[in-house]
Design a protein around this ligand. Structure first.
Ligand code: 5GP
Ligand code: ZN
Length: 111
């Protein structure tokens, strides 16, 4: 949709994807919180993970996350996956995005 930051980003001719297929696109986060930090988004505009009722698409997002993590060399050491749902989680962009963070140690609970 025209008002959506990520819809506009992935439609931009100058956009650089780390991965793309018919369902999802992965790209680097502009404000990385780890040595490796990228986002996996559905090509289709869906605002929140709770509104995404397509099991196939969900599976494709996680598969793409692992594929790019392998390519980036962080799959073996491990990585953190984050899906922020709504204000209390700190969701700021209302186009579903799976955060993939790697290349450093993460702690639990996250705080
Ligand atoms: P949220 O807080 O909604 O879970 O995450 C939104 C993420 O999008 C943040 O990590 C932020 O750095 C990233 N982001 C915001 N604007 C842009 C942008 O224009 N380009 C890219 N590549 N990432 C963005
Ligand atoms: Zn969108």
């Amino acid at each position: 949709v025209a008002s959506c930051l990520f819809c506009r980003l992935i439609a931009d001719p100058g956009f650089t994807a780390l991965y793309r297929d018919d369902d999802v696109i992965a790209f680097a986060d502009i404000n990385p919180q780890a040595p490796v930090h990228f986002l996996v988004v559905p090509r289709q505009h869906v605002e929140t993970i709770s509104a995404l009722d397509d099991d196939h698409l969900l599976g494709r997002m996680f598969a793409a996350a692992h594929l790019v993590a392998l390519e980036k060399g962080v799959a073996e050491g491990g990585y953190r996956l984050v899906l922020n749902e709504g204000p209390n989680a700190g969701q700021t962009v209302y186009h579903v995005h799976l955060h993939v963070l790697g290349g450093r140690q993460f702690h639990w609970p996250p705080g």
